[in-house]
Write a protein that binds this ligand. Structure first.
Ligand code: TEU
Length: 519
């Protein structure tokens, strides 16, 4: 089947189901809430929805601990509702992308329960005896992404590997049953009309069977970006091509040559470009990130995939409102002064920048509302990263607060009492209030997504520009972003299409402002 290439330039909206909209009033987002908001998503103009895991899960890591890929978690709804949602969205021209988490399953997955009970299946995971006189030390020095050792010891003395939380035992990707099961999972969802799959932790699946210490310094790395991964993605691509379905990989690899290997024509179609997301608000750094990204994608013929935020990183408005916009899980808003007005100006300009670039763009829910990172009271934090960091890392809940839909309703119209507390002032960001405000972030995103086709499908050409200014043209449209502090003159143009903030009295472009022009 063919895929008509929609994914090469689509605007795709990330739905974190638990926090999107609550249709049954229990305080947790659900599929009923999403179905009720499809008109809102159609009006925003997005072409596809990426749902973070909606499968049955103990929710120890926001659903990234999957217990059954063939069932919707009861808190979200039923498989029948998911199939209706996929069909209703498609009626509106909106495709569905689901999330797959191949590196691990939940510790409540039947495979792990059986393995723990001494049944068959330990070979589907990484079980090892410990080191030390009594096996009391972990089998190697690997550390969990969330902090602490990547091993947990069982009563029977064996240890099992988990690169994330102990509730997420890593699968053994050398085992044929692991490979077969995931191809079956892909087919299960492709047969239900899903147009794409987002691949979680895509560079981490394969491990050196000897499980050597990282500090051995052995090359290649014992579990990051190993060559045998590409056999898996080539097999997955063959399955997807039967359905005209596509992949977007979560590939955290700073090495651009290694990153591009995932995007070869017989592997993943696209992968998130985190260099753009983690780039500081600086014209030279952003231009280099954009040029490097386009250069790394060109040889494999893959489109770039621009993203400013997701459910794992501090909200854009907050990141850009601080001196440091570095990304890492420990970089959070807490204790760092944030100028939300500055951050909002920059996030508005960044929205126009990302939506004018060649490739696809992902918009994380709430970014179109200009939501800031929220401070979550310590006793309400759910993200395992907080606990596993011994409380030093506040975790990622701050970018996962339930959305505000209606300013005048309880819980800002989200539904029941939200599973994460909405901060004071959250209702001011409500979608209904912003829909009526031509100057709102929502109005800006709606206008930009509507006007985005003016830039065509071709490559960009940089234009000469003063220090601190990015200016490029595609087709006969121009995008100019002034990241400096002083206003600059606009290039010659025939029409002003859109601007992220007011021009100055002389018609010049102020600092931290972007503009779209027709040449
Ligand atoms: O995140 C992946 C992840 O955390 C690592 O790839 C990390 O980003 C990288 O090593 C750089 O530090 C995904 C999901 O997005 C996240 O929500 C889950 O918690 C995680 O996988 C485990 O499934």
């Amino acid at each position: 089947a063919t895929d008509d290439g929609w994914w090469r330039s689509a605007v795709i909206y990330q739905v974190y189901v638990r926090s999107f909209a609550d249709g049954d009033g229990d305080g947790t987002g659900d599929l009923a809430g999403v179905r009720a908001r499809l008109p809102y998503l159609a009006e925003l103009g997005v072409e596809a929805l990426w749902f973070t895991p909606w499968y049955r899960s103990p929710m120890k890591d926001g659903g990234y601990d999957v217990a059954d890929y063939r069932a919707i978690d009861p808190a979200f709804g039923t498989l029948a509702e998911a199939e209706k949602l996929i069909a209703e969205a498609r009626e509106l021209g909106i495709r569905t992308i689901v999330d797959i988490v191949p590196n691990h399953v939940s510790d409540q997955h039947p495979w792990f329960r059986t393995a723990l009970a001494g049944g068959p299946g330990r070979e589907l995971f990484h079980f090892r005896p410990g080191r030390g006189e009594h096996g009391e030390l972990p089998p190697n020095d690997w550390q969990s992404e969330f902090g602490g050792p990547a091993w947990t010891r069982l009563p029977d003395g064996d240890w099992y590997l988990h690169l994330f939380a102990p509730e997420q035992p890593d699968l053994n990707w050398a085992h044929p049953a692991v490979r077969q099961e995931h191809e079956d999972i892909l087919r299960f969802w492709f047969e239900r009309g899903v147009a794409g799959v987002r691949v979680d932790s895509a560079a981490l699946l394969a491990k050196d069977p000897e499980l050597p210490d990282v500090t051995d310094g052995r090359a290649p790395h014992p579990y990051v970006d190993r060559d045998e991964l590409h056999d898996v993605y080539r097999a997955w691509r063959a399955v997807a091509d039967e359905y005209g379905a596509v992949f977007v990989g979560e590939v955290w690899l700073p090495d651009t040559e290694r990153f591009a290997r995932y995007l070869r024509p017989d592997e993943l179609h696209t992968a998130f470009n985190f260099s753009f997301l983690t780039c500081p608000w600086d014209a030279d750094r952003l231009r280099t990130s954009i040029d490097d990204t386009l250069a790394e994608h060109a040889p494999v013929g893959a489109p770039a995939t621009w993203v400013l935020c997701n459910h794992d990183v501090t909200r854009t408005v907050t990141r850009y409102g601080r001196a440091d916009t570095g990304f890492d899980f420990a970089t959070k808003a807490f204790g760092t002064p944030t100028d939300l007005a500055l951050g909002t100006r920059r996030a508005r300009a960044a929205a126009l920048l990302s939506l004018a670039l060649p490739g696809a763009v992902y918009v994380y829910q709430g970014e179109e509302l200009g939501l800031p990172e929220a401070d979550i009271p310590l006793d309400r934090i759910e993200d395992p990263m907080h606990a596993r960091s011994g409380g030093t890392d506040p975790g990622r809940d701050g970018c996962r607060v339930p959305l505000p839909w209606a300013a005048g309703e309880p819980h800002a119209g989200f539904g029941g009492d939200p599973w994460l507390p909405q901060p004071d002032g959250w209702a001011a960001y409500a979608a209904d209030r912003q829909a009526e405000d031509p100057g709102s972030m929502l109005s800006l995103y709606r206008a930009a997504i509507r006007l985005r086709p003016e830039f065509g499908d071709g490559p960009l050409t940089w234009l000469p520009a003063p220090d601190g200014v990015l200016a490029f043209t595609r087709a006969d449209a121009l995008c100019v972003v002034n990241l400096a502090d002083t206003p600059v003159d606009l290039p010659a143009h025939t029409e002003l299409l859109l601007h992220s903030g007011p021009l100055d009295t002389a018609g010049r472009l102020p600092g931290d402002t972007a503009v779209w022009l027709r040449a």
